[in-house]
Design a protein around this ligand. Structure first.
Ligand code: ZN
Length: 263
């Protein structure tokens, strides 16, 4: 993976990299705008390198808390799946999770739910947890408090209508882009930002293969890990069976984010 990492443009780094660097000097993690997985086209990063929040712009404060890792002394981990646009690998991901008796957390956009009501119901009825990924996957740092409220409320409503379950307090910010104002606004709305400490790179690395995803996830997962994956990634769907086999054999216990929070 080292050689592929070098091909990642430096400017792709987002606020998340700040955290990743803190966690491990060797880890370069970012959530650049995914390509075909997410509803929004990535902005040409090379032309706007300063768009990413500056290092240090997201630091823990008294008025909000962000969750990105569970108990470092517990083998419990959470695989999380974000949904943007694609849906095709969704059923396969659910089949594999069921095979391994694993329940996960899915962060769904309202638009995705609108297009995939059956898959959304299946996610919920099979015991998985659904978190809010906003209605249309906009960059929350660019939105007013009122727009953020609309984005989250609209997604919450359609998910509650389909599943009878609220997404609160689980929310994943689109593109991982947040700042203190966004997090405060979300907190007032009853949401807690659920970040990750491990990005499987299924939305980052062009043409990533299942073997690469498997190698990365199995190498990086540690106690309490929250792993970022995407429901629209065929490579992730293809890698998941082996990943779960190996993680479980190593003693990790995949649970939902909610279970990790209440650990
Ligand atoms: Zn997303």
């Amino acid at each position: 993976m080292e050689s592929s990492r070098q091909s990642e443009p430096r400017a792709r780094a987002t606020a998340l990299e700040t955290e990743a660097r803190t966690a491990s000097k060797a880890t370069k993690t970012s959530e650049p705008p995914p390509k075909d997985i997410e509803p929004l086209k990535p902005k040409p990063i090379s032309t706007k390198p300063d768009e990413s929040p500056k290092e240090g712009s997201v630091t823990p404060a008294d008025d909000w808390t962000e969750f990105s890792r569970g108990d470092p002394d517990s083998p419990r981990i959470a695989l999380t799946f974000d949904a943007g646009w694609e849906n095709k690998p969704g059923d396969k991901i659910l089949d594999v999770l069921a095979k391994h008796h694993v329940r996960s957390t899915f962060f769904l956009t309202g638009r995705w739910v609108e297009k995939n009501p059956d898959l959304t119901r299946r996610i919920s009825s099979e015991g998985h947890e659904i978190g809010n990924h906003t209605w249309s996957h906009k960059r929350l740092t660019k939105l007013s408090a009122m727009q953020i409220t609309e984005e989250t409320d609209k997604a919450e409503k359609i998910i509650v209508n389909l599943t009878s379950k609220s997404t609160k307090p689980l929310l994943r910010v689109p593109y991982g882009e947040r700042d203190k104002r966004v997090l405060s606004t979300l907190a007032k709305l009853g949401y807690r930002s659920i970040y990750w400490d491990e990005d499987c790179w299924d939305s980052v690395k062009p043409n990533v293969t299942p073997a690469e995803i498997e190698a990365r996830v199995t190498a990086k997962t540690r106690n309490g890990s929250v792993v970022l994956m995407h429901i629209g990634s065929k490579a992730t769907a293809d890698a998941l069976d082996s990943i779960l086999e190996r993680l479980q054999a190593a003693g990790f216990q995949p649970v939902t984010v909610g279970e990790l929070l209440n650990n």
